[in-house]
Design a protein around this ligand. Sequence first.
Ligand code: HEM
Length: 161
Amino acid sequence: MNEILHAPGFLGTSANFAADATLIIMLITAALFSIGFYLARKENFEAHKWIQTLGALINLIMVLWLMVLPFRDFVVRDQGGPREAVFYLVTALHAITGLSATIFGLFVVLRGHKLMPKFLSFNNYKPFMRWAYGLYIAATTLGIFVYFVWFVVTGIPPTYG
Ligand code: HEM
């Protein structure tokens, strides 16, 4: 599995297969969240709920599987560094926004499925869902910057092996 993930990517940058696939999957997930948003505007709440749940789960899996370890290795442990300041700045901003989006998004999804304890429940869905959507889109946008800085801009692209 690691051999495939660490093989050269398909987008013509210095990224490996895992990073290129992550970029595409996260863009599809952002599109899913936007479709879900549209469905809520059309008052199709059942379809909205399941689309946003799917998006939040794909998001969680991708963050835990393909982002946490590179963050540890290339930012916290600075493997192969030091790199340009923009590398750490953009990645840290992305990680903070992404962590907030992931936690807040899952909280809203759990509330949507009535799985939250009473004291954490809310009924004014609109602002909560708009914040969750805004955070996911902001994290995705910063993720695109991360990709460019890591695999196009920096003189020392992070690589495994
Ligand atoms: C809503 C949550 C998040 C979204 C939508 C998101 C989105 C993205 C996208 C689109 C990329 C570019 C693809 C790539 O370079 O692999 C990326 C990369 C990355 N993200 Fe996130 N991200 C999120 C949360 C996080 C969190 C919480 C962390 C920190 C633990 C993080 C750390 C990273 C790192 C280190 C990369 C570069 C990985 C690599 O290319 O090997 N992300 N993210």
